[in-house]
Design a protein around this ligand. Structure first.
Ligand code: TPS
Length: 546
């Protein structure tokens, strides 16, 4: 088999330690994995004698050949030669790739473990056919790994390879490894796919390599089959439109305004029709207010910070808001459980990285959350979104930036064009929607970017207005998912509902300031769109400030 023709998509690496294999026979476990659909196998035995290793290698090679799947041997070129299999995989402490190539010749497959750009550069230069990039996530299978790279670390190496002027470097095959399993594999691949437009990373990952998710599974065949299915089908959270509409920069684009107004009406109707669950993991300070807002817009609130019940709640088809207001280790653990629960059923998640740039604990909490799964929408003020940009791997340096104080946004650091650039680049990279709030809100899904100038200053003078915008957005996204409609327009519709209601409440005769604004705002959220049944489009059209 020519090295270039190899399918790296589901790469099995074996392990005979009792903690993973149990008392089962390795050859049988690999046979089951082959039946389940693994596409390449590596025999990795750190303790067996040479004779024993050759024996297992030959047995595995027979099985692999029956399935037309290549077998590689970890570290041992001599064993690969004795077995007559398709190649070797070498780690940083093993024989170097150039020597292995000399011994094995040009037709065998040689892979190398790399955890940095420099290691990747050297492995390609020495003639590797593919790179095993890791460690992605912390794993019990290999504790002595130098680096936990996370998605961003993998991206940096892919970026280096993808922009190279050398064709061999650009075309090198890659898999990532470390802690990959059924609960995160789709997210991993999704986040490491090169987007087709606004292409921040020019190179995609070619596959995932796993040890314990298959060898340690009670049914290795089913586990492989399931991983194979997850790898080859789009993740439930990928429901984005494929139409590449031009950016919505318009004060004067009447057709687009009508489109926004009419989708705002249908999105609102969908929220009221489905009354989706709005699951809030949020601060004690805002729970009461968030529940009232959810009820007023037509959703069904539940305030639960308990990760253990997140899967049951996710199965009810609603949306989740994660508010990073209290980023304690306990809270983060509950968040992680909830993220994987909602990701597993494709339920929308809104991340509100409150005060993300303010302390180093919050910065690491944000990185932890971003590494835990996929968010449908990330919303925050300028400084929070700036922290998201950094945590997502962008290097941004701004001359006049001060450290963030508290959770208030302070004066604007950016022009509108800069804001649009930042949100669209993060959205393209995270493959989601990013909203930067402020006097002008800017949101983008990486394809379309929109500025909204509705809202009222009183929103900045009450507690929890940011959090409850998150509540509103999660409800709109959940309703859009039930309808199968466009999440970006649903997010625009949610923002309009919230901000136009605020404008109306602020001008009510009873409102004298932020205190009296709160009850009027809840009334206004409730009445929004109900009193205008005669001409729904015209009232919205006149209220829009996009
Ligand atoms: C293709 N390696 C890095 S992490 C890890 C291993 C074996 C353990 C993953 O276990 N890339 C390739 N082959 C290798 N042997 C390595 C890297 C080294 P789990 O999936 O249980 O987390």
């Amino acid at each position: 088999m020519a090295p270039a023709a190899v399918d790296y998509s589901l790469y099995l690496v074996t392990d005979s330690t009792p903690a993973i294999l149990g008392d089962r026979d390795l050859v049988e476990v690999v046979e089951q994995a082959l039946q389940g659909g693994v596409t390449i196998v590596q025999l990795r035995e750190k303790t067996a004698d040479t004779g024993e290793l050759i024996k297992i290698g030959k047995a595995l090679h027979e099985k692999c050949k029956q399935h037309g799947i290549p077998l590689l041997i970890n570290d041992r070129v001599d064993v690969a030669l004795a077995v007559g299999c398709e190649g070797v995989h070498v780690g940083q402490d093993d024989m170097n790739v150039a020597t292995a190539r000399q011994l094995l010749g040009p037709d065998k497959i040689i892979g190398a473990t790399v955890s940095s750009i420099e290691e990747a550069r050297i492995a390609v230069e020495r003639g590797a056919d593919y790179l095993g990039i890791g460690t992605l996530y912390a794993t019990n299978t290999k504790k002595n790994t130098k680096d936990i790279l996370g998605i961003n670390g993998i991206r940096k190496i892919l970026h280096y390879l993808g922009i190279s002027e050398d064709e061999k470097t650009r075309n090198i095959k890659t898999v990532c490894i470390g802690g990959v399993n059924a609960s995160n594999v789709q997210n991993v691949i999704y986040q490491l796919l090169a987007p087709s437009l606004s292409n921040p990373e020019p190179k995609s990952i070619d596959g995932v390599a796993v040890v314990s998710a298959i060898v340690g599974a009670s049914d290795p065949s089913k586990a492989s089959q399931n991983l194979h299915k997850l790898i080859t089908s789009p993740p439930p959270f990928s429901s984005r439109t494929s139409s590449l509409n031009p950016p919505i920069w318009h004060d004067d684009n009447a057709a687009e305004l009508d489109n926004i107004a009419s989708t705002a009406i249908t999105s609102l109707a969908a929220v009221r029709k489905h009354s989706p669950l709005s699951h809030n993991m949020t601060n004690l300070v805002v729970q009461n207010f968030a529940a009232s807002v959810a009820l007023a817009i037509g959703a069904s609130p539940i305030m639960s910070n308990n990760g253990a019940e997140a899967l049951d709640l996710a199965n009810l088809g609603g949306g989740l808001v994660i508010n990073m207001g209290t980023a304690t280790p306990d809270a983060l653990n509950n968040h992680r459980l909830a993220i994987s629960a909602y990701n597993s059923v494709g339920g929308p998640i809104v991340l509100d990285p409150v005060g993300a740039g303010a302390t180093s604990a919050r910065r690491s909490a944000l990185s932890f959350l971003l590494a835990s799964g996929h968010f449908s929408l990330i919303k925050g003020n300028e400084r929070e979104i700036l922290s998201v940009a950094r945590a997502s791997g962008f290097t941004l340096s701004l001359p006049n930036e001060q450290q963030q104080k508290g959770v208030d946004s302070g004066d604007s650091l950016f022009t509108l064009e800069q804001k649009a650039y930042i949100v669209s680049r993060i959205a393209a990279r995270e493959r989601n929607i990013v909203l930067m709030t402020g006097a002008t809100d800017v949101l983008s899904d990486g394809y379309r970017t929109c500025a909204i100038r509705n809202g009222h200053e009183y929103l900045g003078l009450i507690t929890g207005s940011g959090c409850t915008l998150g509540t509103t957005l999660a409800s709109y996204l959940a309703a859009a998912k039930k309808e199968g409609s466009d999440a970006f327009y649903a997010a625009v519709a949610g923002i309009l509902h919230y901000e136009i209601a605020a404008e109306r409440a602020a001008s009510a005769p009873s409102v004298k300031g932020p205190g009296t604004f709160i009850p009027a705002f809840i009334d206004s959220l409730y009445h929004y769109g109900r009193d205008e049944s005669e001409a729904p489009l015209s009232w919205l059209r006149s209220a829009l400030k996009v």
